[in-house]
Design a protein around this ligand. Structure first.
Ligand code: MLT
Length: 309
């Protein structure tokens, strides 16, 4: 018997090569798929065919999939927690440095001097020198990073920030403080989001988008944050009330908002560093996610084993 697997997004060849073609038909155009393999394709209005038996996402978040509706039909949804954790960790560290040293704006500034203002020679030198003062930043050692969500990514971020000399506070809304201590013994745990926000210079989010985390970083909570602090969001856009963040950036309460869920308002805001959804976009992370997703899917289809659903 062969199993038909429909891919709804480009999946790393390293993962696809693991599918033994004598057992699996793989393609983008499969009318009666036994399984779906996807990254960010939105399945909320997908009409589930009777042939469907399993879904695998090469990525950690599953908010693009109606997991409960699938479960009600007995269809497991596999994901790949941890497989892209290092890529996200590196982006968080890069985001902190971008914001602390004003790098994003400084690069725009120098480009603009030539591309828009057509400066050269002495005039260009003078303006480049002026940029030195205008974009002076601050350093990370001694600053506090608050990590919300202590899964695979949050723990890696916490360790990396500590190695840069930062103090790290952790809070995970989904687990008890005791469990959080077990998972990340080197991170000082606080008992509420409020405590974490009030005591951090940077906060970074590593929780899934679920009902309990929708709007977690709200206007009321932003008001309790330290003046001049920075929010990093490489988790999901809906976790942060972006309008409230923009108001706090405009009033000077916050220094920057770094995220990879660009909106119209965010993309053009001078204090928002808005990137494409780049958290997991490294060749290594794409390979890891594809391999883990494919292995789980084949283990289930061939042997009935369920991991990470
Ligand atoms: C994830 O959920 O793992 C990340 O957001 C990566 C992605 O979807 O591209």
């Amino acid at each position: 018997m062969t199993f038909a697997i429909q891919t709804l997004n480009a999946i790393s060849p390293l993962g696809l090569e693991r599918l033994d073609r004598s057992r699996f038909d793989v393609g983008t155009d499969i009318p009666e798929p036994r399984a779906l393999l996807l990254r960010s394709a939105d399945l909320h209005s997908y009409e589930v065919p009777p042939s469907l038996y399993a879904v695998a996402r090469a990525g950690a978040g599953t908010n693009n999939i109606p997991v409960d509706a699938m479960a009600a039909r007995g269809i497991p949804v596999f994901n790949t927690p941890g497989a892209n954790a290092n890529a996200v960790k590196e982006l968080v560290i890069a985001g902190m440095l971008l914001a602390a040293r004003n790098l994003y704006h400084a690069a725009d500034y120098t480009k603009n001097l030539v591309a828009e203002q057509h400066l050269s020679g002495k005039e260009l030198d003078q303006q480049v020198e002026a940029g030195k003062k205008a974009f002076a930043g601050f350093e990370l050692p001694g600053r506090t990073l608050g990590v919300i969500g202590l899964g695979a990514i949050g723990v890696l971020v916490a360790n990396a920030a500590q190695s840069l000399g930062m103090k790290v506070l952790g809070y995970d809304p989904a687990i008890t403080v005791e469990r959080a201590w077990q998972l990340s013994p080197s991170v000082e745990q606080v008992t509420s989001v409020e405590e974490l926000l009030a005591s951090s210079d940077f906060i970074t989010l590593h929780v899934p988008l679920i009902e309990a985390t929708q709007g977690l970083v709200s206007a009321e909570r932003i008001a309790t944050m330290r003046p001049g602090s920075v929010i990093l969001n490489f988790a999901r856009g809906g976790i942060v009330d972006e309008a409230a963040v923009i108001a706090a950036l405009d009033s000077g309460h916050l220094h920057a908002y770094v995220n990879d869920f660009p909106t119209e308002a965010g993309s053009i805001h001078p204090k928002v560093i808005a990137l494409p959804h780049l958290g997991a976009s490294t060749s290594e992370a794409e390979d890891n996610c594809a391999v883990m997703a494919v292995d789980q899917l084949t283990d289930f289809l061939l042997h009935g084993n369920i991991r990470n659903s």
